[in-house]
Design a protein around this ligand. Structure first.
Ligand SMILES: *Cc1c(COP(=O)(O)O)cnc(C)c1O
Length: 407
């Protein structure tokens, strides 16, 4: 799996490339960021990436074009790579990209009025390559893994992560095997195959696909890029939080409502706000983070309601919002910490409600809402009704993927 003469890693070292470290989110032990890290060997919890302070000088806050005559030898970074000071890439490293990130933060005055909220924005992630925000995480993970010599990948997916891996693996001239439930929407399965992913259907849910992926990884050496089993997908998702702060003029919203499955977006944004606050790029309090799940698979909601610090596996998970069908998230502890530490919460909505809100919201706003996007609208209404969101809160909602993928 690792190329014998690992030239990429050496040239990175010449450039002082890897200047970050890994820290276990469970037991805080330090880990080696080089090569193909998985989870902490001591406690099995995910790694988090930590950066040196000098990475984030205040005067770097306005990411402009490179001035004329500047010595930059590559094109100006675009999309999420404009924030590479906060990402695990070296300054001169070329990321594997399809143009992910820099999605619109749309002002939704009519939705705000209907919800009884002062200000509501929608981060529309359906405009990413491959139609969902999974592009951010997989662009980052594939970039790092290829730099470390990976040539073959495997992923368990509820759908969109498989599309994204297939596309970024194609871009990197690597092979991708995707384990997906038979119940995955047909269009998503067609997209996986369209990008040349080797599709293997599993009778079951993403947890069952995860077992199959780990077996294949053990047999063939394919690198397993399951949610939080490698440390770099959340770093890509972190750019959600960086962009929200940037798009709000380096201020933070009061609350964020996010449709949580494996939790990479929620955890990524939590890290983004911590890092922006520590660097002094923004001031004030981090936004309250709210997770929305489907009533048919709501391990995070149940754990929040029980004031537990870890999720219990959800038996017989089912929801049409396939991205939320994650019965036993590896990032459960981290999601619960992010929610607790920011004073957020969690709420479950029925499949009927989320489907209806996706329909209503698409017609009202002209945005192609996925069922998961509908879940954030339905969740925001419930959070407003129970007083978790106040009338004058500035709130960001998420459309994490495109509705057309589910047809
Ligand atoms: C994967 C996915 C989610 C859940 O994201 P996590 O980072 O796993 O919490 C939500 N919506 C869509 C459309 C997805 O593809």
């Amino acid at each position: 799996m690792t190329r014998p003469d690992s030239a990429t890693t050496d040239s990175q070292r010449d450039l002082g490339g890897i200047d970050w470290i890994l820290e276990c989110s469970g037991c805080s032990r330090a880990g080696d960021p080089e090569g193909l890290p998985t989870v902490c060997p001591d406690c099995g919890q995910p790694w988090l990436v930590r950066y040196p302070e000098r990475r984030h000088p205040l005067d770097a806050r306005e990411p402009g074009e490179a001035p004329p005559g500047s010595s930059r030898k590559r094109p100006t970074p675009h999309g999420m790579w404009r924030h590479q000071r906060f990402l695990p890439v070296a300054p001169n490293e070329a990321p594997i990209t399809l143009g992910e990130g820099n999605t619109p933060l749309l002002d939704l005055p009519r939705t705000a009025r209907d919800l009884g909220l002062g200000q509501v924005w929608l981060k529309d992630e359906s405009l990413n390559p491959t139609g969902s925000f999974k592009a951010r995480g997989l662009a980052m993970a594939v970039t790092r893994a290829v730099a470390a010599g990976a040539e073959r990948f495997v992923i368990p997916t509820a759908g969109n992560a498989g599309v994204a891996l297939a596309a970024y693996a194609a871009r990197a001239a690597c092979q991708a095997t995707v384990f997906a439930p038979t119940s995955t929407p047909r269009t998503i399965l067609a997209q996986i195959e369209g990008f040349g992913g080797e599709l293997r259907l599993i009778e079951g849910h993403i947890g069952d696909c995860g077992r199959a992926a780990r077996e294949l990884s053990a047999q063939t050496g394919a690198f397993d890029v399951s949610t939080l089993r490698e440390p770099y997908r959340i770093e890509g998702k972190k750019t959600l939080g960086l962009e929200i702060a940037e798009q709000l003029g380096w201020t933070l919203p009061d609350a964020i409502v996010y449709p949580a499955g494996g939790g990479t977006g929620l955890i990524g944004m939590w890290l983004a706000f911590q890092q922006l606050l520590a660097a002094g790029w923004v001031t004030g309090k981090p936004p309250r983070l709210f997770a929305v799940q489907s009533a048919g698979c709501a391990p995070v909601v149940r754990a929040v309601e029980a004031a537990a610090d870890q999720c219990e596996p959800w038996a017989e998970p089912w929801t049409i919002a396939s991205g939320l069908r994650v019965p036993n998230p590896l990032g459960g502890r981290l999601m619960l910490r992010a929610i607790r530490e920011t004073g957020g919460g969690a709420v479950a909505v029925s499949d009927e409600e989320l489907a209806e809100q996706a329909r209503i919201g698409s017609r009202r706003e002209g945005v192609d809402l996925s069922p998961e996007g509908g879940a954030t609208l339905a969740g925001a209404a419930r959070l407003r009704a129970r007083g978790s969101l106040a009338p004058d809160d500035r709130v960001v909602l998420f459309n994490t993927g495109a509705g057309w993928l589910y047809r």
